[in-house]
Design a binder for this molecule. Sequence first.
Ligand SMILES: Cc1ncc(COP(=O)(O)O)c(C=O)c1O
Length: 358
Amino acid sequence: MPIKRPPINSPSFFIGKGDGNDLISFGSGQPDLPPPNQIFKILPKFKDFKYGLIQGQLRLREELAKQYPRSNPNQFLITNGASEAITLVFRFLANKGKRVLLPRPYYYSYPHNAKYANLDVNYYDLVNGKIDLDNFKKNMVGCCAVMINSPSNPTGSIQEIPVLREIEKITQEQGMYIVSDEVYKDLIYERENYFFKGSHVITINSFSKTFAMCGLRVGYLYSTDQEVLDTCITYKTHLSMNTNILGQEMAYAALKAPKSYTQKQVAIWKKRRNLIYQGLVDLGLDLQKPEGAFYVFPKFENSSRVVNDLFYDYRMITYDGTWFGSPGRVRFSYALDVSKIKEGLRRLEAYMKKRGLR
Ligand SMILES: Cc1ncc(COP(=O)(O)O)c(C=O)c1O
């Protein structure tokens, strides 16, 4: 009997599938590195399983406020991952206009959330991972908000600071919001992150990537605009109520980790970035060198076939560029051990040889 091969046409086919059993996952963007030690100390003592504040536990917001210049704890809303923050913000934006500007390629949840919020979408196409300001300005016309994701999922590129400053200025002048998804802000290899400033800025962040706490589902949004906070708190009350209370305690503990925790992680990502980038270049693939996050995004003709073949015939998980608005590319997350990256590259080489792709 032929083995069933249901077509793989969405990331949900893979999310939560771990590796092991000879499966190598270049799939979901979840760090394999451990979270800070501090978070495990919470567990034996934790007893408070009651509902928490919708806005999030005060001491976590106080701790976050220390990281954002001139901010205060009331300007933060703790969410179930950055994912919930994105949902809430798009719903908020639907009160402000009819259309938002998104990058392309994009993090796959953005267009879905825009659609669920009844928002239409314009795109600015990244050129070799970078924003083309002329194209950006042309496409922002008629939008109430622009979305920035630097470092980017799926390209791993970061945007140039003068470009970000210009966007900060023109959006302010035109009364548009900037939604800045900065979940990879601590995973930049080249420079420090650039923080957008202004009353029109909504910053989204998460504990998933920096602190390797994806499954605990803790993220947040930060804004100095009281209307953004009030509206999103109301929506969250009726969407999920408080964010996972134990996760928030752990997030609070994670913020106490020394700076060296992140520095050590970034050094590891950088080594892996170099390894996989060179490996893919050696296979003759066309790709950019990531400057942040943990993704490479090489070109492949018929990316859907590649993703299906690699999974069913080579036991490798990869993500189809089509899911990110970029068919003809395949995303590899290199959030996995060096030995697995090497083995994955060997399998990819075997596949490419078999199909005459190299
Ligand atoms: C750009 C981007 N934004 C948001 C998220 C969602 O993160 P969270 O786990 O905090 O919901 C991800 C996860 O991969 C992401 O890559």
